[in-house]
Design a protein around this ligand. Structure first.
Ligand SMILES: *Cc1c(COP(=O)(O)O)cnc(C)c1O
Length: 398
C-alpha cells in the first residue's frame, strides 16, 4: 500500500497480508495460537515480537492486524487496536489512560453505555468526571483543570445530532495537557478528519458503518503508535477485549464497500431531511447537513456532509411517533445504525429509556423524537415510505 493513495483505495487494499498461497481475498486466520520453530524462537518472541510475529490471539492475529492496519490507513492514524465491541473500545481507551485521582471532562450528550463507563465504572475507581454541554466552548474552558487527564465526547451526539468542535475542544484540552478521546461513530471513518483536527484517540463502534450490514459486533481504537502500543495494548491484551479473527474478516470486507455505502446513505439522509423539513406534523427535522441546524457550518467544515442519521420530531408525541414507526414498511424498527437497511428508533422508550425525564428534556429527547438511520435502499422508495407513514401518524393525531 502506498501512503499517498486516497482513502477509498486504502479501504480496498490497505493492510493486506497474503499467505504463501497468494489468495486474492483476505484470509481468515481462525487460530488462537501460533507455533514456534524452536524453544529458542518462542523465548525470543516473548521478549520481543516482530511485525509479522504473533503469540496469542488475545494479543493479536494476522486477520485482526489486517483490519487494524486498513482502518488506521483510512483514518490517517499511526496505529490501531481492534476490540470485541464499540464499548470494549471506549472502556479500553479510557481505562488504559486513567487512574484514581484523575479528572475527566465529558460532553453530557452520550450513548448510555459510555455514560455508564464514565460515571459508574471510572467513578468507582476514583476518577472524577465533569459533564458539560459539548457545544458550549465556554463550559469546556471552565471545566478544564491542570489535573484534567482526558476529555471525552461524541463528535456528533446521539440521537439529537449536536456537532462538537473537535479542533476547538482539542486546543483547549491540549492547553492543560489532556488527551482528547473522540467517539466518532456518527461522523463515520468516511467523513472523519478527527486526527488532523486535533483528536489524540479516535474510537469507533465497528458494529455500525464499518460492518454496515448488521452482522457482527466490533470496535477499534486509533491513535499514535506510542499510545496504542505502550499505553493501550498492555491493558487490552491482559484484560481480554480482543476482536475475533472472524469478526475482523467481516470488518475488512465491510471497509471495502464502506465509502460507497456511507456516501449513498448520507446523500439519501440529506434528501429525506430536505424533503420533509417543512412538513406538516413534524415539529423539527434535525440533520446537521441542513442549513437550519445550529452547527451546520461547523458540520460542513468538520465532516463535509451531515452523515447518515437524522431525527424527526413528530407533533403529537409518543402516539404519533409509535403510529409512524408501526406504519413504516421499508424502515425496520431496530436500534442499530449505519446499516445498509434503513432503521428507525424511538429513543425515549428504548436507547434512552433509563435517562431521568429532566435529562431527556435537557438533551432534547422528546416523546415525539424518532431517529432514522438511512440505508442504501432506493431513495424514492424511502421517501415514499416515510410519506405514507407520516400520513398515518397525522391521521393518528387528528
Ligand atoms: C453503538 C455505539 C457504541 C457502542 O458500540 P457497540 O459496538 O454496540 O459496543 C458507542 N458509542 C456510540 C456513539 C455508538 O453509537
Amino acid at each position: 500500500m502506498d501512503d499517498d493513495w486516497n482513502a477509498r483505495t486504502k479501504a480496498v487494499h490497505g493492510g493486506i497480508r497474503r499467505s504463501q498461497y497468494g489468495e486474492l481475498s483476505e484470509a481468515i486466520f481462525l487460530t488462537q495460537g501460533f507455533v514456534y520453530d524452536s524453544a529458542e524462537a518462542a523465548e525470543a518472541r516473548f521478549v520481543s515480537a516482530g511485525e509479522d510475529e504473533f503469540i496469542y490471539a488475545r494479543y493479536g492475529n494476522p486477520t485482526v492486524r489486517m483490519f487494524e492496519e486498513r482502518i488506521a490507513a483510512i483514518e490517517g492514524a499511526e496505529d490501531a487496536f481492534a476490540t470485541a465491541s464499540g464499548m470494549a473500545a471506549v472502556n479500553g481507551a479510557l481505562s488504559a489512560l486513567l487512574k484514581a485521582g484523575d479528572h475527566v471532562v465529558a460532553a453530557r450528550a452520550l450513548f448510555g453505555s459510555c455514560l455508564y463507563v464514565l460515571e459508574d465504572v471510572l467513578g468507582r475507581y476514583g476518577v472524577e468526571i465533569t459533564f458539560v454541554d459539548g457545544t458550549d466552548l465556554e463550559q469546556w474552558r471552565a471545566a478544564l483543570r491542570p489535573d484534567t487527564r482526558a476529555v471525552f465526547f461524541e463528535s456528533v451526539s446521539n440521537p439529537t445530532l449536536e456537532v462538537i468542535d473537535i479542533a476547538a475542544v482539542s486546543a483547549l484540552a491540549h492547553a492543560v495537557g489532556a488527551t482528547v478521546v473522540v467517539d466518532n461513530v456518527f461522523a463515520t471513518p468516511v467523513f472523519s478528519d478527527a486526527i488532523a483536527q486535533g483528536a489524540d484517540v479516535v474510537v469507533y463502534s465497528a458494529t455500525k458503518h464499518i460492518d454496515g450490514q448488521g452482522r457482527t459486533l466490533g470496535g477499534v481504537i486509533l491513535g499514535r503508535r506510542e499510545f496504542i502500543r505502550k499505553t493501550l495494548e498492555p491493558y487490552m491484551k491482559h484484560t481480554g477485549g480482543a476482536m475475533s479473527p472472524f469478526t475482523a474478516w467481516v470488518m475488512l470486507k465491510g471497509l471495502e464497500t464502506m465509502d460507497l455505502r456511507v456516501r449513498a446513505q448520507a446523500a439519501s439522509a440529506l434528501a429525506i431531511a430536505e424533503t420533509f423539513q417543512a412538513e406538516a406534523g413534524l415539529e423539527r427535522v434535525i440533520y446537521p447537513g441542513l442549513a437550519n441546524h445550529a452547527q451546520h457550518d461547523l458540520c460542513t467544515a468538520q465532516m463535509g456532509q451531515g452523515g447518515t442519521v437524522l431525527a424527526l420530531d413528530l407533533a403529537g408525541g409518543k402516539p404519533a411517533a409509535f403510529a409512524f414507526l408501526n406504519a413504516l414498511r421499508i424502515a425496520a424498527i431496530s436500534n442499530n445504525l449505519g446499516d445498509a437497511k434503513t432503521i428507525v428508533t424511538h429513543p425515549a422508550t428504548t436507547t434512552h429509556q433509563r435517562l431521568p425525564d429532566a435529562d431527556k428534556q435537557r438533551l432534547g429527547i422528546t416523546p415525539g423524537l424518532v431517529r432514522l438511520s438511512v440505508g442504501i435502499e432506493d431513495r424514492a422508495d424511502l421517501i415514499g415510505d416515510i410519506r405514507q407513514a407520516l400520513d398515518v401518524a397525522r391521521g393518528n393525531i387528528a
